[in-house]
Each structure stands twice: as C-alpha cells, then as structure tokens.
Design a binder for this molecule. Structure first.
Ligand code: MG
Length: 455
C-alpha cells in the first residue's frame, strides 16, 4: 500500500496487524460511510481468524458516520453481493482477502447493484481517508446495527431458480467439495444436497487458519481433492477459493481443469440458448473461449484482466455472461459477479442435460497447450518497454487493452503483461502444440530482453 493508495486490484488487502490494522479498519469504515452518506449497508466476512475483528472495526466506523449496518456474519462474497442487490441495499462492505493466505485480510466495497465499486469511486474513498474528511455525526444521528443472518439461505434458493433442478436431481451425481475450510462450506454442500447430489466434503470445517490447503484453487493445492474424486469414483470435484467466488473443477478421472475450459462449456450452452449475445472475458483467456463464440454465434468483448472490469463491462455492453481463466464465471441472469456455487450448478446442469462425463465434455473442446514465462524489468522501465513492444508488433492481430496480446494465423497467441505487484513482465503463450507455445515464450522473452537493453 502506497502513501495515498488504499485499494489494489481487488479492494484493500494486507497482512493482518501489520499492513492492515484495526485502527485503519475503523478509519476505512468511516471513510466508506462518508462516501455513502447515511445509507443502509450490508456487512459480512469470510472465515479468516481476523474476520470478526475487522467487521466490528469497520461497523464502528460506518455507524459513526450515520450509516445503518446490516450484519450478515460469515458468508461467501457472492452471497453477500446477491443480498445487497436483492434487498435493495445502498451498498455493502465485505471483509475478505479472497484467495490470499490466512495471515491476510481485506476490505471490498460493493455498490447497490452487487458489483464492486469502480476505481473512480475508490479514489473518492481514498481522498476522504488521506485528507481526514470523515464525517462524525451527533450522538442522536448515529447509524443503527441490525442482524441479517439469512443471506446464505436466500442465496442457495436463488441459485436453484436458474438451473433445471429436477434434471440434475434425476442424475444423483456424487460430488466432492473442497471449500478450503472457508465460507464455501456454508452454502455449496447444502446447494448440492438440495440438487439431490451425494456430497462428500474435504476441508469443509470452518477454520480461519486454513489448515487443509491454501485458499487459492491452483492445481498444486488441489491434489488431495483430485485423489479423493478418483478414489471415490465420484462424478465431479469442485474447489473454491477463500470467499467462494471462484470454482475450479476436477473430472471423474481426477484431472484438474483450468477455469477457461469449464467456462467454455457454460458459454456453449448459453449461446445455444441465447445466440448473438456478447461474452465478456479478459485478454488472458484462452482462444478456446473465442472458438466457442465463433462456432455458436457469440460475440467476444475482450477486457483488461480483473473481475471488477469484467462485471463493469458486462453492465456497460449489456452482456449476460462473463468468465475468467482463474475459475470466475459471471452468470448475469443470477448476478453479474463471479459466483462459485452458481458455476457449480451450471456445470452439473450441463452434465445432466448432455449425459456426458466432465472429462468427455472437456475432451470434445478444441485443445490448446499453455506455456508461461517471466522476465525481470525494473518498475520505471515497464511503460517504455510496453511502448516499444507495441511499436514492434504493429501490423499483427493485436490487442493493447492490457499489456499486448497477439493472435497468430495458426491459432497460437501470446499475452505479454507487466505484473502489477512485482518488477517483472509475464508471458502467457498458447498454441496447438506444446512446442509452438514454448517457442513463442522464448521468442518474445528475447524480444523483451533486447528492448530492455536499448533503454
Ligand atoms: Mg475470491
């Protein structure tokens, strides 16, 4: 966190009691309250040990400015977002550090549509915070605090309205759920049981130290889930991140699939039923997402990387579906935000309707190989490198929305992006063969190194 910056790419994040303290949380609360001006705000947190502490601190700050706080307790981020929209709240605050390790926590601010506030609105809150412009109302104008403990129930019910419950129920799927000892365990197992699935859980006892696995649903954290799915002969495995807005799936063979593959399954079903719709996805997504759009009459709207950008773009272009390679699916008919449990219900519905196993559905998709690389680059040279690189690739089929993405004739592509947190450039190549993907990473790493030498 810089001297006049609080918000990063996903709200305020920091190490508990070091980068993010109770004192700061009170001040952040009163800054958010000042920004909203005496409104009704929902407040909730994930399973981290510091959740209740920060929730109370933020609540105190909000109440001091005259905002009324509706406290929802522990809940998945999408459950809180749904409640804000569904109950016409003026907004909300979510205490979560999403996929970060347990020693972190964070504060997200949500607008009345359930979507995180825009970066310009974050700047307004930062200005109030750093200039000390927090309002403090008279004792008889203080906000009030209310318990609001039905958000998880309402959320599960809402998801069921968007899938064919009897079709899924008829299949009696066996599903293994790994919610990383966090809030996903409050809603996903219950949703699945109500869809007549036989549910097995691992890492499903709420424990803010996250003893089972790290909360980022990356393949290296999901080996236990993959093993259990295979050993039990289950139909599906699903893992959530710490606030259960992202879902990563394991097929019946124990194979872990990255998010854009499962998103493409949802995209295909959606476009079959809703042709000519727009699909919003960041430039980091696989060409697979574009292939599906081309084959089923969809139109891709590429965005910068980041879930808030996807949500905001969906709103701006009136799109009903968005998705990310990290397991975030934005199903607009329910809500235009990432939602792990909604994603799970959609995948089960596809398996039920097609009668196919997940491995089979994935195998039927166009196949791509992915290779990644990185190259060191000092912060002060990042912009110049990007400029030179853009000049060099003019004439190719490129997008400069976020870094540089180049699509080649043979369906290979490469994305070159400066890291937002480290002094490096990251390269993500994709091609029809592993060899070609590797070559692209090599070729563009060299190009970047050459550019750096000239600066
Ligand atoms: Mg998350």
């Amino acid at each position: 966190m810089g001297t006049n910056k609080l918000f990063g790419t996903n709200g305020i994040r920091g190490l508990v009691n070091k980068e993010l303290t109770v004192e700061m949380a009170v001040k952040v609360g009163s800054s958010i309250g000042t920004f909203f001006k005496k409104k009704n705000l929902l407040l909730g947190h994930d399973a981290r040990t510091s959740g209740p502490m920060f929730a109370k601190a933020v609540a105190a700050g909000l109440i001091a400015t005259g905002c009324n706080v509706y406290f929802a307790g522990m809940a998945p981020t999408p459950a809180l977002q749904y409640a804000i929209k569904n109950h016409c709240m003026d907004g909300g605050v979510i205490i979560t550090a999403s996929h970060n390790p347990p020693e972190y926590n964070g504060i997200k601010v949500i607008w009345n549509d359930g979507i995180e506030i825009a970066h310009e609105q974050e700047s307004e809150i930062e200005k109030i915070y750093f200039e000390g412009k927090q309002v403090s109302v008279e004792w008889n104008k203080l906000g009030t605090k209310h318990e609001f403990l039905t958000v998880n129930d309402e959320y599960v019910e809402a998801i069921k309205k968007h899938v064919d419950v009897s079709e899924i129920a008829g299949k009696k799927f066996q599903v293994v759920v790994d919610p990383a000892n966090s809030v996903g365990s409050l809603t996903a197992p219950r949703l699945l049981r109500e869809l007549n699935c036989k549910v097995l859980t691992i890492n499903a006892n709420i424990d803010g130290t996250f003893p089972g696995r790290m909360p980022e649903p990356r393949p290296e954290n999901l080996t236990e889930l993959a093993t259990v799915v295979k050993a039990m002969g289950a139909d599906l495995g699903v893992a959530f991140d710490g606030d259960a807005d992202r879902a990563i799936f394991v097929d019946e063979k124990g194979e872990i699939h990255w998010g854009d593959k499962t998103f493409a399954l949802i995209e295909k079903e959606f476009l079959i039923e809703n042709p000519n719709e727009k699909i919003v996805t960041p430039v980091s997504s696989s060409t697979l997402v574009k292939d599906i759009a081309d084959a089923y009459k969809g139109e891709i709207v590429w965005t910068k990387v980041g879930s808030v950008t996807v949500s905001q773009t969906m709103k701006a272009v009136k799109a009903k579906l968005g998705g990310e390679e990290n397991g975030g699916v934005f199903y607009g008919p329910h809500q235009a935000v990432r939602d792990g449990a909604m994603t799970t219900a959609l995948i089960l519905e596809i398996m039920a309707k097609t009668g196919k196993k997940l491995s089979q559905l994935i195998a039927e998709q166009p196949q791509y190989f992915i290779e990644k690389g990185k190259i060191e680059c000092p912060e002060d040279k990042k912009d110049k490198v990007l400029q030179k690189l853009r000049d060099q690739v003019q004439g190719l089929n490129i997008s400069t929305i976020d870094g540089v993405k180049i699509w080649f004739e043979d369906k290979s592509s490469i994305l070159i992006r400066p890291s937002g947190t480290e002094p490096i450039y990251r390269l993500y190549a994709e091609a029809k063969s592993r060899e070609k993907a590797r070559k692209l990473v090599e070729e563009y790493s060299l190009k970047l190194a050459k550019i750096l030498k000239t600066l």
